[in-house]
Design a protein around this ligand. Sequence first.
Ligand SMILES: [Fe+2]
Length: 215
Amino acid sequence: MNKSAAVARSLPDLWNDFLAEVTPRGRIFPTGTPQRMVMEMAADSTAKRREIHPTCVPENLIGVAAVEELQQQADAAHGDSIEFNSHRVSDAPDAAVSYLASPGVLEWCQSTISGRTLKMGRMIFIYYGPGEMSRLHFDTAEDFEFNLLVCLRRVRSDVQKSTRTYFVDGARKVTTYDLAAGQAVWFNGRWTPHGRTPLGEGEQVVLASLGFTSH
Ligand SMILES: [Fe+2]
């Protein structure tokens, strides 16, 4: 191979290739298994770069009216969604961004970061139906160094165990969330491995993801 043609890849990029093989079905492996050790190694090897630990956004910071409006915008954009990492995503229109990126929400996000200034990137909608999930990964897209993940719709099933978003924060530190509509989690997506376990029959999840960079 011509050395000059080689492109240096980031640590999150390299981990993503490996994690896709190790956690192909999105499940959280039990402590002590080789797969769990790999998941924790991914988290430990990136811990120094992690600016914040996954944090729930204060209740009521994102208003009910904004969530309802975003639900409608997400439904309207569903037809244009594409498959990505075993679920579907679509770009959110600019009009939708304004419903989430209120001064209160932006100020709260900034208050969690010391010494760096956030800059809003872009927003996408994320859709999960039965059998869909998200393999453990780091967010490597340029606009998603930080990620505000807001639940817009959560349909649960009486017969299936509920799906969860999860974050691996290091050895024996896996945090799971089953967000209801209007609840949100804020995290350093570039440096925190995260995923979603598969949905069962009758389950549905729709999320809005607002990305940020920092300088
Ligand atoms: Fe992600």
